[in-house]
Design a protein around this ligand. Structure first.
Ligand code: FES
Length: 156
């Protein structure tokens, strides 16, 4: 076996060990979204933008693109933990294709936690952060509707 193959085998074993450890604490739905985050990234000139920093000091930013009152795109970026990545993914999954009102009702912390199959007590606030960030982006969208001339001047 070559040195390169040895190294690859070692990396794979290490990854499996980390995953086995994570499975003791987190559901498959959470872990799957850590590994394959959806809707990650920014949107240029979004119709709704929210940025919230949680009690732990981590931040989520949400970007919304609306089309005929439907959320056509919802994306996020974060400097937070793996659970935050899963919560932000789930929050954007929950609102895509929904109207403003449906999205507002759909994106509670409880719903994110439920859809993720639960979170450890110490990470419940990650769902709260994702929900608040998304609601902040929805509020921004509403604000832009009322004052569209302000859109070019806001900071994202
Ligand atoms: Fe800070 Fe997850 S949001 S630990």
């Amino acid at each position: 076996m070559s040195e390169h193959e040895d190294l690859e085998k070692f990396a794979q074993a290490l990854q499996e060990q980390i995953l086995a450890q994570a499975r003791l604490e987190y559901s498959e739905a959470v872990i799957e979204r850590w590994i394959n985050p959806r809707n990650m990234g920014t949107l240029e000139n979004p119709d709704g933008y929210g940025k919230v920093t949680g009690i732990c000091g981590d931040t989520i930013e949400i970007f919304l693109r609306m089309r005929d009152d439907i959320i056509a795109e919802a994306t996020w970026i974060t400097d937070g933990c793996g659970a935050t990545v899963s919560c932000a993914t789930m929050a954007t999954e929950l609102v895509k294709g929904k109207t403003f009102t449906q999205a507002l009702a759909a994106v509670s912390a409880d719903e994110i936690i439920k859809r993720l199959g639960g979170l450890p007590e110490a990470h419940l606030h990650c769902a709260q952060l994702a929900s608040e960030s998304l609601r902040s982006a929805l509020a921004d969208f509403l604000h832009q509707q009322k004052s569209p001339w302000k859109k070019p001047y806001r900071k994202t």
